[in-house]
Design a binder for this molecule. Structure first.
Ligand code: PGA
Length: 255
């Protein structure tokens, strides 16, 4: 089964509204020709509307970096999934920084995934083990639990709109990118978990990205792995030439 590779840039807390718009105006024409790769930029919430406007008519998609699990209510500072409709196609959910700094648990991630799907957003559902879990060789248990709890109550039909990002926490922003075979093996295990939950059709169609210190010089190596369907990229997505190089590598190897 061939799966369309997906490259998503997670800008985290970088770039003002004006900087985000200037960035996509430069990026869009540079990556416009690479239709074999799905391309997504995930700016901060405040830049979503302006970035969506700047990308109107482009194949480059927009993603939010989180959603709240409730549709509305007394949740000062939060953003409901429904508020993102028309501004974003995707929403990153369960990023390790949200788990670490904002208190996201597997159960909360599950509620957020269901809220996003309910609003018509496509979740980029992030999972991955911490350094301690990695060193204790608990990766398989951790990602299996995260995937199983995170997908609770998600239907097979909804799975067609969902992407999983396997991001070992120790590899994020550290320059210590995971060995590509290790990433491939873990992603294969995640796919097996999904196979157990939903069967072959869903598992074989599901796109699973690798994330964690992906750079232009290691992108091709990840893309050469059969289980890896793209990348969720932080630091290297903040420079137009690097973003372009990532897309070009994905197109060359998997396009
Ligand atoms: P990084 O971040 O590419 O800077 O390691 C990846 C991520 O947090 O999604």
């Amino acid at each position: 089964m061939s799966r369309t590779p997906i490259l998503a840039g997670n800008w985290k807390m970088h770039y003002t509204v004006a900087e985000s718009v200037a960035f996509v105006k430069e990026l869009e024409p540079a990556i416009a020709g690479y239709d074999a790769v799905e391309r997504v930029v995930c700016p901060t919430f405040v830049a979503l509307a302006s970035v969506a406007e700047a990308l109107r008519g482009s194949a480059v998609k927009v993603g939010a970096q989180d959603v709240h699990w409730e549709a509305k209510g007394a949740y000062t500072s939060e953003i409901a999934a429904g508020m993102l409709v028309g501004l974003a196609d995707y929403a990153i959910i369960g990023h390790s920084e949200c788990r670490k700094y904002l208190g996201d648990t597997d159960e909360r991630v599950n509620l957020k995934i269901k809220a996003a799907l309910g609003a018509g957003l496509k979740p980029i559902f992030a999972v991955g083990e911490t350094k301690d879990e990695y060193e204790a060789k608990h990766t398989a248990d951790v990602v299996t639990r995260q995937v199983t709890v995170g997908l609770g109550g998600v239907s097979a039909e909804q799975m067609a709109s969902l992407v999983i990002a396997y991001e070992p926490v120790w590899a994020i922003g550290t320059g210590l990118n995971a060995d590509s075979q290790y990433a491939n093996t873990t992603i294969g295990l995640i796919r097996q978990t999904v196979r157990g939950l939903y069967g072959d059709g869903v598992a074989d169609a599901l796109r699973i990205q690798y994330g964690g210190s992906v750079k232009p010089d290691n992108m091709a190596e990840y893309m050469a792995q059969p289980e890896i369907d793209g990348a969720l990229v932080g630091g290297a997505s903040l420079k137009v030439p690097d973003f372009l190089a990532l897309v070009a590598a994905a197109a060359q190897v998997k396009g």
